[in-house]
Design a protein around this ligand. Structure first.
Ligand code: FAD
Ligand code: THG
Length: 808
């Protein structure tokens, strides 16, 4: 067992010590600059509201574990968790509709919850003005965490198992030796360690910076106020219980509420983002007991007070008595930051964590450190999920500020960032602008969603009307583009598809060991293969094209793939991200060959250039690499070129395609085509929580090829309880967007992962997790924001099961 030092005795550090020692680590030391356990960090004054339901399955799982754990903690001063339940109220039709969506997440992720009428809300929480409400969402297992008690109770447990807690011990630097962490420097000298975990709350970014690590988090001030006595609360609670009414969210006004005996605590996000400058904060608060508390700014609270009194009329007779601007971390995407420094082994971070998710994050971090993998998928929180651009100070500040502003907003799943656009554009961008592209952003890239230039294709197409919500960030034009791809030919900008060059004498052996399929095939082969973790969970799916004996081009999914490969890369392998310097256009459709062959000196016939083969050749004068691969499931190629040829390549193809009616098509069309064709998308349809068999990808696993990462775990793996299935909606106008609960015979049995309107069968096709044994043809219902849609489990793929479209 490693010798571990945890920096920070807040809710994260204490919970981590508990989780580590529970797993047998005994040499665990937690150091904190402050006293124990009201250290002066964010935990010391967090009012501790725990609302579990979150659009992210992972964050919900973290919260659910935190609740379960905290409920079982004991502390001599009283409760660590008071399960008063949670109530979120709607005062606008949009919020009310969104609470229906939230109720769906709760169902899908296994949180008990129910939508309530306004009267039921008022009965549950008599202080709210019933007439303001349209309804609410009630979750009985939510509640209040007493964060300092929970921290202490977990710390005491850890101490009983041998952990040491050192108060008044500031970490001044990180000791390193031979590329590994060696301990922490404190005013009392170096504390040696094999593993150092930075759980220093919003100070963590400063510490990480000293070891060359950018943590994209911004410390932000957030207002919290306590009122004076509120008449209707007098006598309701005791000093010991503190609260009995559900914790309350009024998200239409960016507010939350809890009781403090006979007073009310009001938290507000209803103010300008107040990022904190760490350099001045450190100087200003040196020696202070509560360095994470800033003076209250009355003027920022004025609108919050008005709104609060609007919802809770009893507040009108009271006023703010105690208040402060408290500091905690925001990140660009709202997720925590977890993982190990790639260039300094043994240095881990568990940062930007709410009390709500603290025990879940701590458990996953302990598993990750001690076992190498986590039970719950942590990819959304991975330290290495960020593109380079997303680590720039400007990006971090801008997007984290936006995350603050939007913290309680109704966010559409396809909503994109509006600030800092146009950072990464493909060489085709100007052509796309000219064709009236509607862009969305992903990974910093501008990606065409659909093109206004294709509106004319709608004239002979009957696309069902959508409800207002599902019509956002969508256009029927996308359906026309998808259909045109199946009937004729289309060009897709695949430039943002992450790709690496893997080369060197050890390249083949390296990829063979890292992935599940046999990639050690002839030059010109392309292989669909998986990256697994040690427990056989799917980390990613890749295409590996062998361009030379020791040169491979790998099509990947995210910066996490680069990180994973880089961590395992031996010295005789060179790994290079070539995404930015190259471009890619997918030319797909039945007419693709007619369109491209005249441009190419090589034979592009079905036998001359077979399916899943690669070729380095020329189109016109332009050197290209072509892969006969199609994520939309059509005849055609991904065509790669060095970026400087991009404009010419697009024009060449577009001109050649004119006679065949070629169009440019966008990502919405691509998504619907890949779904009806049965292709999975990593991160939505599958994560590290799933092994290949569960998602129907065992065809990409070659158990007989020799050892590879995850192989041993697959041999031991039990049969999956649930499988990813295709479902087809019965009614043409039924639409779902993802994350909706799916019912079998009235019981919630799974959830939708992704969905798209199939141009081929004229109905929405979706993937859903369903129990193993669910038969083709079985009827399911799906709850879309309160509307039940019926659907039927379908054999896969829904479109082109005999591959006649692709292999011709
Ligand atoms: P902290 O509690 O800040 O702990 C970090 C520790 O590291 C500190 O004790 C600090 O002293 C120590 N440290 C830092 N640098 C060093 C160093 N160099 N050497 C030694 N020690 C160091 N979350 C919820 O879930 N629900 C809520 O209702 C809620 N409300 C909030 C309201 C307010 C006003 C605020 C400010 C936050 C709220 N939060 C809430 C957020 C929550 O408080 C934090 O996200 C959480 O407490 C962070 O815990 P932590 O352990 O990461 O950080
Ligand atoms: N193109 C390239 N690389 C990629 C993707 C891509 N890497 C990441 C991601 N997308 C991988 N996803 C897929 C999913 C399915 C297929 C290709 C990439 C695919 N599957 C066929 C099937 O399942 O029938 C063929 C499998 C086989 O014959 O082994 O084509 O879009 N370059």
């Amino acid at each position: 067992m490693p010798k571990i030092v945890v920096i920070g005795a807040g809710i994260v550090g204490t919970s981590l010590a508990d989780e580590l020692t529970a797993r047998g680590a005994t040499d665990v030391t937690v150091v904190d600059r402050g006293p124990l356990f009201a250290t002066g960090g964010s935990t010391s004054h967090a009012p501790g509201l725990v609302f579990q339901t979150n659009p992210s399955k992972t964050m919900t799982a973290f919260a659910r574990y935190t609740v379960e754990k905290f409920c079982a903690l004991s502390h001599p001063d009283g409760w660590a968790f008071n399960q008063v339940g949670g109530l979120e109220v709607a005062t606008t039709p949009e919020r009310w509709a969104d609470l229906h969506r939230k109720a769906g997440w709760a169902q899908a992720w296994g949180i008990e919850g129910r939508l309530l009428s306004a009267d039921e809300c008022a009965a549950l929480h008599p202080l709210v003005d019933r007439d303001r409400l349209l309804g609410g969402f009630h979750t009985p297992t939510d509640g209040l965490a007493k964060a300092v008690r929970a921290a202490e109770a977990q710390a005491r447990r850890a101490m009983a198992r041998g952990a040491t807690f050192l108060p008044h011990t500031e970490v001044l630097g990180i000791a390193e030796k031979a590329g590994r962490v060696a301990g922490v420097q404190t005013s009392d000298g170096v504390l040696a360690a094999d593993v150092v975990v930075c759980a220093a709350g919003f100070w963590g970014a400063e510490l990480a910076k000293r070891v060359g690590l950018v943590l994209p988090l911004v410390p932000m001030a957030h207002q919290y106020a306590r009122t004076g006595q509120i008449a209707p609360l007098v006598g309701r609670n005791t000093e010991r219980t503190e609260a009995g009414l559900p914790i309350l969210r009024h998200q239409d006004a960016d507010l939350y509420f809890r009781e403090h005996v006979d007073r009310i605590g009001i938290g507000s996000y209803c103010h300008r983002p107040m990022p904190v400058d760490m350099s001045t904060l450190m100087a200003d608060t040196a020696g202070e007991s509560m360095p994470s508390m800033l003076p209250f700014t009355d003027e920022d609270f004025a609108p919050a007070w008005r709104e609060a009194a609007g919802l809770i009329p009893a507040l009108e007779d009271s006023k703010v008595e105690e208040a402060f601007n408290g500091i905690f971390s925001f990140t660009p995407d709202g997720f925590s930051i977890m993982g190990e420094h790639r260039d300094l082994a043994g240095f881990w971070v568990a940062e930007a964590v709410w009390v709500t998710h603290s025990a879940g994050v701590a458990k996953a971090t302990a598993e990750w450190i001690l076992d190498g993998t986590t039970e719950v998928d942590v990819s959304e929180c991975d330290l290495y999920r960020f593109e380079d651009v997303a680590r720039s100070p400007e990006f971090v500040m801008t997007t984290s500020s936006q995350a603050f502003v939007e913290v309680y907003d109704v966010i559409h799943p396809h909503q994109f960032r509006s600030d800092l656009r146009g950072l990464r554009t493909s060489p085709f961008h100007q052509r796309h602008v000219e064709s009236g592209a509607h862009f969305y952003e992903g990974g910093g890239w501008e990606r065409p969603a659909w093109f206004e230039a294709n509106a004319g294709l709608l004239t002979d197409l009957d696309v069902p009307e959508r409800d207002d919500w599902s019509a956002r960030f969508w256009s029927p034009i996308a359906v026309a583009e998808a259909r045109h791809t199946r009937e004729r030919v289309a060009m897709y900008d695949m430039t943002p598809l992450t790709r690496y060059e893997v080369s060197g004498p050890g390249a083949a052996a390296f990829l063979q060991r890292m992935t599940t399929n046999n990639i050690d095939k002839s030059v010109g082969s392309v292989t669909y293969t998986l990256l697994l973790d040690q427990k056989g969970g799917i980390r990613s799916d890749l295409t590996v094209a062998r361009l030379g004996p020791a040169t491979f081009q790998v099509g990947a999914n995210s910066p996490r793939d680069f990180d994973w490969l880089e961590r395992h890369r031996p010295d005789d392998v060179v790994l290079r991200d070539i995404t930015g310097g190259t471009c890619c256009v997918g030319v797909w459709g039945p007419l693709a060959r007619d369109m491209v062959q005249p441009l190419c000196p090589d034979d592009l016939s079905h036998s001359g250039f077979r399916y899943f083969r690669a070729l380095r050749t020329y189109l016109g004068a332009i050197p290209v690499t072509m892969l006969r691969v199609s994520y939309v499931g059509e005849l055609g190629w991904e065509i790669y070129a060095s970026a400087e040829y991009g404009g010419a390549l697009w024009d060449l193809l577009h001109d050649a395609g004119r006679a065949h009616g070629v169009i440019a098509a966008g990502r919405v069309a691509l998504n619907s085509l890949r779904i009806e064709k049965g292709y999975r998308s990593w991160g939505t349809d599958m994560t590290t929580e799933h092994r290949p068999a569960a998602v129907g990808l065992d065809f990409a696993v070659r158990m007989d090829k020799g050892d590879f990462v995850g192989r041993a775990a697959l041999e031991q793996a039990p049969l999956p309880l649930n499988r990813l299935r295709s479902i087809v909606f019965d009614e043409p106008d039924a639409v779902v967007l993802g994350k909706e609960p799916v019912y079998l015979a009235g019981d919630c049995a799974g959830y939708v992962t992704s969905a798209g309107f199939s141009p081929t069968i004229g109905r929405t096709v979706a993937y859903a997790w369903l129990p193993t044994g669910t038969q083709d043809g079985e009827a399911v219902t799906v709850d879309y924001r309160g509307t039940r849609h019926t659907a039927t489990v379908h054999s896969e793929p829904v479109v082109d099961p005999d591959m006649s479209r692709i292999r011709r």
